[in-house]
Write a protein that binds this ligand. Structure first.
Ligand SMILES: [Ca+2]
Ligand SMILES: [Ca+2]
Length: 287
C-alpha cells in the first residue's frame, strides 16, 4: 500500500508502481537497512556512511539528513538549514553478484509532498551534449517506496528503482544521472556522475569542504570485512564550461583510508584528469 507521498508523486513519475515489490523468503533484501536509518546498506556504501551507525560523524545530525542535503556526513559540522532536499544516488551489487543496479531518489520534505510542483529525471552523455535521455531506456521494473515522518527533520521519502545490470550500465560510461525538482518554490538540481575508474564503476561523493571522493557504486567486499577502504580524494579546478556542463581538472588526488566497512580497490592516478560535470559541482555538493 503506497502512502500519500507516492500518490503525490504520481503526476511526476511515470514509473510509479501498481504494487509493492515481493521478495522470496530465501532472498537477501537488496535494500537491506541494517541500522534502520532509512539509508539501505547499498546507499551507505556509495555515499561512504557507516551502515552500522545512524550518525557516522556523531554530530547529532542523522546520516540521512546529511546525505540528502549532499553534505559531508563523515565530517562533523554545523547542520544546514531545515529545507526541502533531494538527492540522486546510483548503486550496484557486489562484483560477481547477480542483480540490477539501482537508482535511488532521496527526498526530505518540510511540509506536504504536494509542495513538489515539478520533477524531471534523465541521463546525460558527454557525446550528446544538451540531450536528456529518458530513464526508461535502462529498463525500469517495479520500484520500492518508503517514507518516514520524523519529529525534527521533516518527511523522508525514498524511491528506489531497479535498472539494468552493472555490465550493461558500464556501456554508457561516463554518464550522469540528473534530477530536477521544484519543491515549495525551491528549485533543486542533483546529479551523480558515473565513471570507469580503473575498471570500477565509481561516482564522485562529497567528502570534505574542498574535496570530493571517488567511490565505487558497488560494495567491494562484505559488510563483515575488517578491511579498510582507500578512496581517492580529489581537488578540482574549474577550467571552463559549455552546453554539456562545467569542465573540471583534477589538480590534487590524495589516497585516504575512508570507510571501516570497505577493502582496498587501489587508488586511481587522477591528477591531470579533465571531465565535464553536467549541472556543475553544485549538483553534487548542494552548493
Ligand atoms: Ca542504513
Ligand atoms: Ca551526522
Amino acid at each position: 500500500m503506497l502512502g500519500a507521498a507516492a500518490i503525490a508523486f504520481g503526476g511526476w513519475l511515470s514509473f510509479v508502481p501498481s504494487h509493492a515489490p515481493v521478495l522470496q523468503a530465501d532472498e537477501v533484501d537488496p535494500l537491506l537497512d541494517a541500522d534502520d536509518d532509512f539509508l539501505p546498506d547499498v546507499i551507505e556504501w556509495a555515499v561512504m556512511t557507516n551502515a552500522a551507525n545512524t550518525d557516522t560523524d556523531d554530530d547529532e545530525c542523522p546520516d540521512f539528513v546529511e546525505v540528502v542535503q549532499r553534505g559531508t556526513p563523515r565530517q562533523r559540522g554545523v547542520a544546514r538549514t531545515l529545507d526541502h532536499e533531494m538527492r540522486v544516488v546510483v548503486t550496484a551489487p557486489q562484483p560477481g553478484v547477480t542483480g540490477p543496479t539501482w537508482l535511488h531518489l532521496l527526498f526530505r520534505f518540510v511540509g506536504d509532498p504536494s509542495l513538489m510542483t515539478s520533477f524531471q529525471c534523465w541521463i546525460s552523455l558527454p557525446g550528446m551534449q544538451g540531450v536528456r535521455l529518458p530513464l526508461n531506456m535502462l529498463g525500469f521494473a517495479t520500484m520500492s517506496f518508503a517514507e518516514r515522518q520524523t519529529a525534527a527533520h521533516g518527511l523522508w521519502v525514498r524511491l528506489s528503482v531497479p535498472m539494468v545490470s552493472e555490465a550493461m550500465l558500464r556501456t554508457l560510461l561516463p554518464c550522469t544521472f540528473e534530477a530536477e525538482a521544484t519543491i515549495g518554490g525551491r528549485s533543486i538540481l542533483t546529479a551523480v556522475n558515473l565513471f570507469d575508474a580503473q575498471g570500477v564503476t565509481s561516482s564522485l561523493v562529497p567528502f570534505a569542504e574542498d574535496r570530493l571522493a571517488m567511490q565505487s557504486i558497488g560494495q567491494l567486499c562484505g559488510p563483515t570485512s575488517s578491511g579498510s577502504n582507500r578512496v581517492c580524494l580529489l581537488g578540482l579546478r574549474r577550467v571552463g564550461s559549455g552546453i554539456g556542463g562545467t569542465v573540471f581538472e583534477v589538480v590534487e588526488a590524495d589516497c585516504e583510508d575512508c570507510n571501516e566497512l570497505e577493502c582496498s580497490p587501489g587508488c586511481p592516478q587522477s591528477v591531470g584528469w579533465i571531465f565535464t560535470m553536467p549541472g556543475g559541482i553544485e549538483s553534487i555538493t548542494g552548493g
